[in-house]
Write a protein that binds this ligand. Structure first.
Ligand code: GLY
Ligand code: MN
Length: 463
């Protein structure tokens, strides 16, 4: 938790960005896994954490823009809870720690909102992603759960995004820590991976680092020798010499700030020459994007420049042909990288995605493209100091996609389909660092950069 003053200042700034009415914040509840008392690990809602700091279930809060009043809704524990959970601080004491002087029992949220609505006041809330909170809001608002998100407040969403997207120094320090833990997590994979192990053994060792040193993984670990499947969560294969293993994994520390790194390792510790060629294209694109990322340029432009560089690299190895600028404009790169260059990161690994990807990643007036790849770009905005984003180019050989484009006769002037047939067993490569936009450029987050060159990865794997 940050200082009380941090939360007070954040709420004051937020309240000054919304015209009038009441802002309602719902915290998260325990989420049952297979029966009520066997729950998934608790994760507080990130917006609630950002403004109210309290990291426990069954809380809500409200800010009255017009009167300046702030309330936290929650229930003190009773003796039954104390038996199972031990003594707990009162809600009032906890609220005081984040600068909120007024608390009500949770059940008063309903009449509080109903009262505001009866007075014709605007009740602002953000889109909900958990069914229990959708049902709660639907009951309070007298609507259906499925209708709740349609009425979410765009003014509220935009005010939160504008504030949370620029990381404060205290947040950057936490993200640096999350990246240090992410580094330790990934470095472990480089030193323990051996042919004959099951992929899951590496996953377990990596996640052990995070659970011992932080809170949990920042998203389900992706570790696969089928890296051409972008988010492959199957870890059941035996590691085989000569294959590439994509490892996309991150750490979430106790303050809930995240990291998100990807490295692609050669099982057996040595890249072959074909792997080296493609790997070097991706690692060059990763570094090139970081060199370009600076205030004033859009991340869309960086995505396109990195894509152009990779198309040129693929042309050099004979997989792409023709004019590179024409290929780029047509979207040929989507065949090889059907995702965007990066996304915002902070309290969420895809920061604030629950508020709407376009509100978070696109400036007003910026259109989201329809092309494969560019259309998946989650962060396209003009960069400003304080943005924290990922830099994660990749090249993948997805046989089904290549076959489909070939059958459709797509971009035959630019794609060397016959040469690509030799790559159907290649898999994929993705290389991801986390960067902070500074006044003059960007810096990589975390104290040390994970090995990324062919030589450094091979050396780390030999150690
Ligand atoms: N690291 C997973 C993702 O960015 O989607
Ligand atoms: Mn990522």
């Amino acid at each position: 938790m940050f200082s009380k003053e941090t939360y007070i200042a954040r709420r004051k700034k937020l309240a000054s960005s919304v015209e009038s009415g009441i802002l309602v914040f719902l915290g998260n509840n325990e989420s049952p896994c297979n029966y009520r008392d066997n729950t998934y690990i608790f994760r507080q809602d990130s917006t609630f954490l950002y403004y109210f700091g309290l990291d426990l279930p069954h809380l809500a809060a409200a800010i009255d823009i017009d009167s300046g009043g702030e309330i936290i809704f929650g229930d003190d524990v009773d003796i039954d809870d104390i038996i199972w959970m031990g003594p707990q601080k009162s809600i009032a004491d906890q609220a005081a720690e984040v600068g909120v002087g007024k608390t009500y029992p949770f059940a008063r949220l309903n009449s509080f909102v109903a009262d505001a609505l009866a007075k014709g006041r605007t009740v602002h809330y953000i889109p909900q992603y958990r069914a229990d909170n959708m049902i709660l809001l639907a009951n309070i608002l007298g609507t259906q759960p499925a209708a709740v998100n349609k009425e979410a407040s765009v003014e509220f969403i935009k005010a939160i995004v504008a504030q949370r997207i620029i990381k404060e120094p205290c947040e950057i320090a936490e993200i640096d820590r999350a990246c240090d833990l992410g580094y330790a997590m990934h470095y472990t994979s480089m030193t323990i991976m051996k042919p004959g192990m099951i992929e899951q053994e590496v996953v377990g060792a990596m996640e052990g680092v995070v659970i011992s040193g932080g809170y949990m993984t920042s998203f389900p670990t992706i570790l696969s020798q089928h890296g051409e499947t972008l988010h492959n969560h199957l870890h059941d294969k035996v590691l085989e010499v000569g294959k590439l293993c994509v490892i996309d994994a991150g750490a979430e520390i106790a303050s809930h700030y995240c990291s998100d790194f990807t490295r692609t390792l050669p099982v057996g510790g040595k890249f072959d020459s074909r792997q080296k060629d493609i790997y070097t294209i991706v690692s060059t694109a990763n570094s090139f994007a970081a060199e370009m990322a600076r205030p004033g340029i859009t991340y869309r432009e960086v995505h396109l420049a990195a894509s152009r560089l990779m198309l040129q690299g693929l042309k050099n190895v004979g997989l792409v042909k023709g004019d590179i600028d024409e290929a780029l404009a047509l979207g040929v790169q989507g065949l090889f990288m059907p995702h965007g260059l990066g996304h915002n990161m902070g309290l969420d690994v895809h920061d604030m995605e629950n508020l709407g990807e376009n509100y978070v990643g696109y400036d007003p007036g910026q259109e989201r493209a329809k092309q494969l790849g560019l259309g998946s770009l989650r962060m396209a905005r003009k960069l400003v100091p304080g943005h924290v984003i990922t830099d994660e180019p990749g090249i993948y050989f997805i046989p089904a996609l290549i076959e489909q484009w070939k059958a459709d006769g797509k971009f035959t002037d630019f794609v060397n389909y016959s040469a690509l047939e030799g790559y159907y067993d290649f898999g994929g490569i993705r290389l991801e660092d986390d960067i902070l936009i500074t006044a003059s450029g960007c810096r990589r987050l975390g104290q040390k950069r994970l090995p990324i060159t062919v030589e450094d990865v091979e050396e780390a794997m030999a150690s």
